[in-house]
Design a protein around this ligand. Structure first.
Ligand SMILES: CN(C)c1cccc(CNc2ccc(C(N)=O)cn2)c1
Length: 246
């Protein structure tokens, strides 16, 4: 997959893409990430990439020309058909694991990272194919959101996660949040590992893990329970939780 990022701060990405999963994916030629600075496409006086908002109001807005020119330059140089232009913005649809899986099917993703108070709406309406938010909070720029999306998408690409890593059981794969994990030592500062996990009884361990996933999800993200298929046993366990918490 080819990833192009439009950012006024290219230096922000070196650290993140120079480590771990994404570094390996780049070395294995599964990912090719290139950064383009829209300022290189701002040809007016002082290389302006932003300006004041029509209609007044505080804050600066990113101008359309540099972004249109930069995207068109990337597209003309890469010539990749199956491509999607994504704008990172708090006004977008919230990013999910489902969306990550969907984006992993493209041959090229072009991310537009904005700063200031936003983008000229002609960028939103006519240049972007999709507007994505990583959550309900405002950040200094779209760079961190782009890194988050790229990380989640690259984990979906075949060959990126070695056989060791666990893509399938990641929290959002079975619709529930992940059960609690334990590792050595068995006892730490008087805190011990639940006996069931040491029992070797795999059916019992699976049952415990399912119930603990239900417990975590019920506690932190009850909204997810509406969307997931619950067995008779699941419902029984949740009933007990509800009765105990009354
Ligand atoms: C209207 N406005 C403040 C704004 C508009 C466009 C870009 C930016 C850059 N900052 C971002 C970007 C994305 C996210 C997110 N939640 O994905 C959070 N912050 C801010």
């Amino acid at each position: 997959m080819r990833i192009d990022i439009l950012s006024l701060f290219p230096e922000m990405f070196g650290g993140v893409f120079g480590c771990s999963i994404t570094k390996r994916a780049i070395e294995k030629n599964i990912l090719d990430i290139q950064i383009t600075n829209p300022r290189d496409f701002a040809f007016n006086k002082h290389n302006q990439v932003d300006d004041t908002a029509y209609g007044g109001g505080a804050g600066m807005v990113m101008k359309p020309e540099p972004l249109f020119r930069a995207v068109e330059d990337v597209k003309s140089k890469t010539q990749i058909e199956n491509s999607k232009v994504i704008l990172m913005c708090p006004t977008g649809k919230v990013f999910t694991q489902e969306k990550a899986k969907e984006l992993a099917n493209f041959d090229q993703l072009i991310f537009i990272c904005g700063h200031y108070e936003g983008f000229d709406n002609r960028v939103v309406q006519n240049l972007a194919d999709e507007v994505i938010s990583i959550g309900d909070y405002v950040l200094t720029g779209g760079e961190l959101p782009a890194m988050v999306v790229i990380d989640a998408v690259s984990r979906m690409l075949p060959g990126v996660l070695g056989s060791g890593e666990s893509a399938p059981t990641d929290s959002f794969y079975n619709g529930l949040l992940e059960y609690p994990q334990y590792t050595k030592p068995r006892e730490y500062r008087g805190l011990s590992v639940p006996d069931v996990l040491l029992s070797g009884d795999h059916a019992k361990i699976a049952k415990w893990r399912r119930q603990e996933s239900l417990r975590v999800t019920y506690t932190n993200r009850p909204d997810l329970l509406e969307k997931v298929e619950l067995s008779k046993d699941d419902k029984k366990f949740l009933e007990e939780l509800k009765n105990n918490s009354k």
